[in-house]
Design a protein around this ligand. Structure first.
Ligand SMILES: [Mn+2]
Length: 293
């Protein structure tokens, strides 16, 4: 029985639309994680990380400080033998999450990561048209871009390109696509997912990232899902994954002890309708939670 630490991250500083900063507080207040809590105490909100309050910091410095705090919380949770479930917040917090996994578990072997997202999140300040840092976390984890972001929890890359796959991509710019291509990262674009089905693609992606890895993780940006069904996201893009398919895919990892961390990001309660997307967050967590009855 593995305890789950829910780590909320109330920051939208990396996004152009900061609405997802309120995601964790809304999800916590709904009590949606209570039925994952079986037996009692198995799943608990440990903390909500917030941006530093002190004045005079740039947005970049604030994002880096949030990522450092997330790095600490995630590493601490894993060292205690728990399962960190990170709830965002914008996707820039992923820099902290997966650096934290490396800090705690890096000595055991490599980290495999499946990144489920409508976007590539692989810009650097040289290629980004928006300058929004939630468009950069995967590049940072691959050791590319701004040193204040790539050096969190230790210098340089936290992931090798062959240990990463993206699923669900349908909106991207050439600069980031060129970077992933140059590094040799496998991207399952949305048209391939539609052609082959998510179940087959997800299974292949997980096998692929775990070929050389000792432990693995899932980074789920809710904008990978179709906005018709899930309106409550930061940056909606038409034509995404359907919730039931994704739940079924994640359920296949339920008994896979190599899965050590899950993050679900970009929940924007201001854009949600009747808490539909909040419910999706719950159901997605329940699909991998070993603690659910
Ligand atoms: Mn993203």
């Amino acid at each position: 029985m593995r305890l789950t630490d829910v780590i909320g991250v109330a920051s939208g500083l990396g996004a152009s639309n900061p609405g997802c900063q309120d995601g964790p507080e809304v999800l916590r207040s709904l009590g949606f994680f209570r039925d994952l809590d079986w037996p009692p105490g198995a799943c608990a909100w440990r903390d909500i990380v917030r941006p530093p309050a002190e004045p005079g910091l740039t947005a970049l410095e604030r994002v880096a400080r949030v990522a450092e705090a997330v790095h600490e919380r995630v590493a601490e949770s894993l060292r205690a033998g728990h399962f960190p479930l990170v709830i965002g917040g914008d996707h820039s917090l992923a820099i902290g999450t997966w650096s934290g996994v490396q800090t705690a578990l890096g000595h055991e072997g490599r980290l495999g990561l499946v990144w489920i997202d409508a976007h590539m999140d692989s810009h650097t300040f040289e290629t980004t048209p928006s300058r929004a840092i939630h468009g950069m976390p995967l590049a940072c984890l691959l050791g590319q871009g701004e040193p204040r972001l790539t050096n969190i929890g230790g210098e340089g890359a936290k992931l090798l390109p062959e240990d990463v796959c993206l699923i669900g991509v349908r909106s991207f710019e050439s600069g980031e696509a060129d970077l992933l291509k140059r590094l040799g990262v496998r991207v399952y674009f949305m048209d391939e997912v539609r052609r082959r089905g998510l179940s087959e693609v997800f299974h292949e992606a997980w096998q692929r990232v775990m070929r050389h890895a000792a432990h693995g993780g899932i980074s789920l940006d809710l904008d990978a899902l179709d906005p018709e069904e899930e309106p409550g996201v930061g940056t909606p893009v038409a034509g995404g994954l359907c919730r039931a398919e994704l739940i079924a895919a994640l359920r296949s990892l339920r008994d896979d002890r190599r899965l050590r961390c899950l993050e679900i990001v970009e929940y924007n309660p201001h854009a949600d309708r009747c808490f539909a997307t909040a419910r999706a967050v719950h159901d997605l967590c329940a699909s991998v939670s070993g603690g659910a009855p």
